[in-house]
Design a protein around this ligand. Structure first.
Ligand SMILES: Nc1ncnc2c1ncn2[C@@H]1O[C@H](COP(=O)(O)OP(=O)(O)O)[C@@H](O)[C@H]1O
Ligand SMILES: [Mg+2]
Length: 335
């Protein structure tokens, strides 16, 4: 039984769809079976970001209205063997065809077959948001380091907390521009996490390659040396329980350099107690979130982080399958 997470934001254009696609890909690279569900009816751009728009036969609306089975509507991403799938949205459908109950039942069915079901949520706090959250076990809130995005995210935090999802909301700060942040021209990571008061899952730098790849229907995550890709890959590893230090915020250009990698070992957030460090499941151990240690997982700058990630993920799979629920509760659970 998999876990369904809604990717939400409040404000539009902060990177929900980009995050859904790239995080899904990063989890698939770690051998997790992932289904991305486009719930942004009318806009339908997750398929284009994945380069799958020409393969759509049926959409979630066809499934909900009984014209297709879920399995008929799923599109396999050929770049990820059997690990990454999309359930597309309909471009012309009336948004009202989705209900909380219908979304929930489709998601429940997907959870039987997938490790993760990531729900790309429409902007705003209207019906589309309610429907997406209804199907979710937990939420990932995406924001930018801009005041308007953070204040919209703040409203969403309140709404999410009122839903009492199984896993409390986690934060991704997307499109960070180090130079602006370091000059104090945008809110800092610490200020944003303080303000929103939810644990940080990770940061993603603003990078031209995100736009370039997405326009080509490719995923930046597939470029391992790209700084934004590293952000998504780090987040995926944390979701699977790896301890991954935050990437460096101190160097001017958003480039991953050898120096960056070694600096990142020592860069952690003072106020983030939960998600930047996470522990491996141990029987009988009940610390709710991984507060105690930040182990430098990438101590050696020459380590191929992807290799480390894959081997750790496989290890986790082999060692802990029956305890998955408990593990997730500790990683994502409310305090
Ligand atoms: N980390 C990033 N760096 C550069 N551009 C980004 C990044 N994340 C998203 N974008 C761009 O921002 C725009 C909005 O992203 P999108 O994922 O469509 O947002 P949303 O789904 O929240 O409306 C897109 O053009 C996307 O390519
Ligand atoms: Mg979107």
């Amino acid at each position: 039984m998999g876990t369904a997470l809604v990717i939400t934001s409040g404000k539009g254009g902060v990177g929900k769809t980009t995050t859904t696609a790239n995080l899904g890909a990063a989890l698939a690279l770690l051998n997790k079976k992932v289904c991305l569900v486009d719930l942004d009816l009318g806009l339908r751009n997750l398929d284009a970001v994945l380069g799958l728009q020409n393969r759509i036969l049926y959409t979630i609306v066809d499934v909900i209205q009984g014209r297709a089975e879920v399995k008929q509507a799923l599109i396999k991403d050929p770049d990820f063997k059997d690990l990454l799938y999309l359930l597309p949205a309909a471009q012309n459908a009336d948004k009202n065809v989705l209900t909380a109950q219908s979304v929930k039942s489709v998601v429940e069915e997907l959870k039987q077959d997938f490790d993760f079901v990531l729900l790309d949520c429409p902007a705003g706090i209207e019906t589309g948001f309610e429907n997406a959250v209804a199907g979710a076990d937990g939420a990932i809130l995406v924001t930018n380091p801009e005041n308007s995005a953070v204040s919209d995210a703040d409203r969403i935090v309140g709404l999410l907390e009122a839903k009492h999802l199984e896993f409390g909301p986690r934060l991704i700060i997307n499109r960070i521009r180090k130079n602006l942040m370091n000059r104090g021209e945008t809110m800092s990571v610490e200020e944003i996490t303080d303000h929103l008061a939810i644990p940080l899952l990770g940061i993603v730098f603003d990078d031209d390659q995100v736009i370039v790849t997405s326009n080509r229907g490719e995923l930046v995550t597939m470029q391992p040396d790209n700084p934004a890709a590293q952000g998504y890959r780090n987040i995926a590893r944390r979701m699977l329980g790896d301890t991954v230090p935050l990437m460096s915020l101190t160097d001017a250009p958003n480039q991953v350099t050898e120096k960056d990698q070694s600096v990142s070992d020592t860069t952690t957030l003072k106020n983030d107690k939960s998600s930047e460090a996470s522990t491996v499941d141990e029987p009988g151990k009940t610390n709710d979130s991984a507060e105690e240690t930040v182990e430098p997982a990438e101590k050696n700058g020459s380590v191929d982080t992807n290799e480390v990630a894959v081997s750790n993920a496989v290890k986790t799979d082999e060692e802990d399958p029956p305890k998955k629920r408990g593990f997730w509760s500790r990683l994502f659970g409310r305090k």
